[in-house]
Structure formats: structure tokens, C-alpha cells
Design a protein around this ligand. Structure first.
Ligand code: OAD
Length: 261
């Protein structure tokens, strides 16, 4: 099949992807935007445009108004349950299948990478589909759908909360160690759909650059750059990632028009 988007992909980047031994990908909300999940900082429809994060995504907020925080996450959990992975997620599955070593670091809590079929996924900010208790972090699989909200932990009785990282909380240490290790050994680092405004994830592409990796930043605000070692691609991940895969491996099956977004 002829490449429908030949001008979008710097040929030297496609060559580096084809030759890469170890690829690390960092994703943010932008990769899920085409599945219908609002990004955080979009001024028109971002989640944070309607809700102030300090009111909802902090331990202090939960202590002050646990019901409000629980209900907000319940609404977001219901929203992610209705959406499907898009072509950008599927392109990353294809890359994982074709390179010797692959690690996908995600700031997203929606679980769409796993739903698309990505295998080696490290969740830096947790997962909205999981729940744990506030006092001890006991993981909880299910809770009664009626009664008090937030429900009590069946083990210790403290309130249940989403298993996501809130502002002011530490990222999971094991996830950070795995990320650092993968970055030390990677030759290509792809940064997809993140504004790189939240640490420590924001520093990871630059750590990869320091280790000598080629780095791509792909989002809808970056200045385009076609020169190694730091490439910039401005546009939708659901178009550009399949085009990158096709440029690197022209025989790869098309991922762009498979099934729903
Ligand atoms: P942001 O909302 O800050 O940034 C989304 C990025 O995706 C922007 O750079 C957009 O240009 C880009 N974008 C939007 N649509 C896109 C598309 N179709 N294709 C490619 N790029 C697109 O979201 P994050 O960077 O993920 O943390 O935010 C980082 C963290 O801030 C989140 O994980 C969350 C939030 O506070 C926690 O909840 C702990």
C-alpha cells in the first residue's frame, strides 16, 4: 500500500525506528484525545477547565470533601469505560511487536494502552479503574454499589479512593525505577501527547537525550523539527503514529482504519 502521508515523517526518524534495539515511549492525555477523553490542559474542553485540580485531585481535597472527589472519579471512570483505543494506541502495539526491547511509560490512568494490546506498560500515575483505601492503600477489587460513598475499605474501614497519583503524592517507586532503567538502555524515546508540564515525567525525554538516545516529541503544540537527536512532530497522534510505523516498516498492517476510536 502506498504511504498516504509521506511528507509527515522525517525519513531519518523512520530509519532510526526501524534500526532501534530499545524503544521507550512516554504518553500523556493527548494520545487518548481521539478516543474521546478530554486532555487536562485544553482550554476549551480540558477536564481542568471545568474543575480546579486543587479542589479534586489532592489528598487534602479528599479529606475535605471525600464524596465530591469520589463522585468526580466515578464520573471519569464511567466515561473511560465507554471509549475504545484509537489508531495511535494501536500503532504503539505494532512498534512493540517489531522492536527487540520496548517499554511504554504512561501518565494516563485510562487503561487504553492495555485495551489496545500493549504488553509492557508502566503506569506512572496509577489507573482510574482500580481502587484502594485512603489510610493504608489496601487494593480493593469490588465494593457495594449502594450505601455510603465513598464506600469503606472491607479490610480496615477507611474510605476508598481511586488508585491514582494525586498532586503532592509520590509516584510509585517501582514504576520510576523501571522507567529510569529503561531510559538508560534505550536508543529511541518517543514522547506522545503530553504537554510535559508535570514532573517527574516531564524530565524523562531529556534524561533520554542525555543518555544519547534519539528523542521525538509529538503533540499539538511542539515546534516541528526534522533533525536528530531531537525531533518535533506537530499533529494528531492517531494520524502521525500510524504514518511513522508505515514509514519504518512499509509492510506493517494498517492500524489507522481498523476499528472504532
Ligand atoms: P495535558 O492536557 O497537559 O497535555 C496534552 C497534550 O496532548 C498537549 O501537548 C496537546 O497538544 C497534546 N494533544 C492533544 N490532542 C492530541 C492528539 N490528538 N494527538 C497528539 N497530541 C495531542 O496532559 P498530560 O501532559 O498528559 O496528572 O498531563 C500530565 C498530567 O497532568 C496528567 O497525567 C495528570 C495531570 O495533572 C495527574 O493526574 C497526576
Amino acid at each position: 500500500m502506498a504511504d498516504p502521508t509521506p511528507d509527515l515523517i522525517p525519513p531519518s526518524l523512520a530509519e532510526r525506528l526501524r534500526a532501534a534495539h530499545a524503544v521507550v515511549v512516554l504518553t500523556g492525555a493527548g494520545i487518548s484525545a481521539e478516543s474521546g477523553i478530554p486532555t487536562f490542559r485544553n482550554p476549551q474542553n480540558g477536564l481542568w477547565a471545568n474543575y480546579r485540580p486543587e479542589e479534586l485531585a489532592t489528598p487534602q481535597a479528599f479529606r475535605a470533601n471525600p464524596r465530591l472527589v469520589w463522585d468526580w472519579y466515578a464520573w471519569r471512570r464511567a466515561a473511560v469505560a465507554t471509549v475504545l483505543p484509537n489508531a495511535g494506541h494501536r500503532a504503539l502495539v505494532e512498534i512493540e511487536a517489531r522492536v527487540p526491547q520496548f517499554t511504554l511509560l504512561t501518565q494516563n490512568v485510562d487503561g487504553l494502552h492495555q485495551a489496545a494490546g500493549s504488553r509492557r506498560v508502566i503506569e506512572l500515575h496509577g489507573n482510574i479503574r482500580r481502587v484502594k483505601c485512603f489510610d493504608h492503600g489496601h487494593p480493593v477489587e469490588s465494593w457495594p454499589s449502594t450505601g455510603a460513598l465513598p464506600p469503606p475499605c472491607p479490610i480496615c474501614g477507611s474510605l476508598l479512593r481511586p488508585d491514582v497519583v494525586w498532586f503532592g503524592e509520590q509516584l510509585p517507586a517501582a514504576a520510576l525505577e523501571q522507567a529510569a532503567d529503561a531510559i538508560r538502555h534505550c536508543d529511541l524515546f518517543l514522547t506522545i501527547g503530553t504537554s510535559l508540564r508535570v514532573e517527574p515525567a516531564a524530565s524523562l525525554p531529556y534524561a533520554a537525550l542525555e543518555h544519547g538516545a534519539t528523542v521525538l516529541i509529538l503533540n499539538q503544540e511542539v515546534a516541528p523539527s526534522t533533525e536528530p537527536p531531537l525531533y518535533g512532530m506537530n499533529g494528531p497522534a492517531g494520524t502521525l503514529l500510524p504514518a511513522l510505523v508505515h514509514a519504518a516498516w512499509p509492510d506493517a498492517p494498517a492500524v489507522g482504519d481498523a476499528h472504532g476510536a
